[in-house]
Design a protein around this ligand. Structure first.
Ligand code: NAD
Length: 313
């Protein structure tokens, strides 16, 4: 069968698909994609291709849309479901990558690494100003104890940290099994030295950390968001950082990306431009998992990571 790939994916993913299918790579967008999609049985994308209703309406032979990654907000899931088109993704492929970036942000904050680097480039030697803290013995508060949250804890344990975890979908017993302390969100806000968020963006998590939550946090606390923009209220974060209500923050994700807002004026914040999943290994893993899901559908099997199952059954 014919598979169209419209975003750059790992070559290992293409090779996997080519074991059984004909693969065409073309970075088509909008009308150009709508014009050609009719000739394909499967479409593989990352976040760059917007798979709109218009494109899906032209996809007369399409059986499956695969997202090499997790977020499927670039795909019109409802329209795909109406046409009986499977939407699959590859959760888990980037777990280690995101967890390692989170730890990188924690170390950057604890030891002021990005600031120190900037300062030295200005020929300064701010040794006294840049005294840091150790991660050892600190309370790590994890909000959202799923794949990435648990992986962060696995690594943080090696630094000698303690872990408080909040996840309404996990029983306290399950959280204890991982050696973490089941906690309410308030407990975490009041007691954690580092708070890291690993929930999806939902109605409940949107602006979950805003003015009242910053009020509860320790003045020495750091907060990290490598999950989704919009979970932390960026205006409230600006106020909290500006007024010394917390010690610092690190962000990988933003309400609007690319981010160019006023948080960049502050020194006590570290940024990365949505790099969580951007590693060689993460992309290979996500690409191969996605290719396998596409191949399952083309073989008439049920995929493991079927995003629109609830809309098609
Ligand atoms: P996951 O589904 O394994 O874990 C998410 C956890 O959040 C689940 O355990 C769930 O019970 C919990 N949760 C849901 N609502 C909650 C709430 N209101 N309060 C507290 N916990 C809640 O997902 P994952 O693979 O660990 O990924 C976590 C998030 O990381 C994803 O949703 C995605 O938004 C983000 N992510 C970011 C990048 C990046 O590039 N920065 C890459 C991959 C994933």
């Amino acid at each position: 069968m014919k598979v169209l790939v419209t975003d750059e994916v790992a070559k290992e993913a293409i090779e996997k698909l080519e074991e059984k299918h004909e693969v065409v790579f073309k970075e088509l967008r909008g009308e150009a994609l709508a014009k050609e999609i009719g000739g394909y049985d499967a479409l593989m994308v990352r976040s760059g291709t917007k798979v709109t209703a218009n494109i899906i309406n032209e996809a007369k032979n399409l059986k499956v849309i695969g997202r090499a990654g997790i977020g499927v907000d670039n795909i019109d899931i409802e329209e795909a479901s109406r046409h009986g088109i499977y939407v699959v993704n590859s959760p888990g492929g980037s777990t280690h990558s995101v967890a390692e970036l989170t730890i990188g942000h924690m170390l950057s904050l604890a030891r002021h690494i990005p600031y120190a680097d900037r300062s030295m480039r200005e020929k300064k030697w701010e040794k006294k100003k840049l005294k840091g803290i150790e991660l050892q013995g600190k309370n790590l508060g994890i909000i959202g104890f799923g794949r990435i949250g648990k992986e962060v804890w696995k690594i943080a344990k090696a630094f000698g940290m303690k872990c408080m975890a909040y996840d309404p979908w996990l029983s306290p017993e399950k959280i204890k099994e991982y050696g973490a302390i089941p906690s309410s969100i308030e407990d975490i806000l009041k007691n954690a030295d580092f708070i890291t968020i690993h929930t999806p963006l939902t109605e409940e998590t949107r602006q979950m950390i805003s003015h009242p939550q910053f009020e509860l946090m320790k003045r020495s606390a750091y907060i990290i968001n490598c999950a989704r923009g919009g979970i932390i209220d960026e205006d409230a974060l600006y106020e909290a950082l500006k007024n010394g209500m917390i010690a610092g923050a690190a962000l990988d994700v933003y309400e609007n990306e690319p981010y160019t807002g006023r948080l960049t004026e502050l020194d006590n914040i570290v940024f990365t431009p949505h790099l969580g999943a951007s590693t060689k290994e993460g992309q290979i893993r996500a690409g191969i998992i996605c290719a396998e899901q596409i191949m399952k559908v083309l073989d008439g099997e049920e995929p493991d990571y079927w995003v629109n199952k609830h809309l098609m059954k």
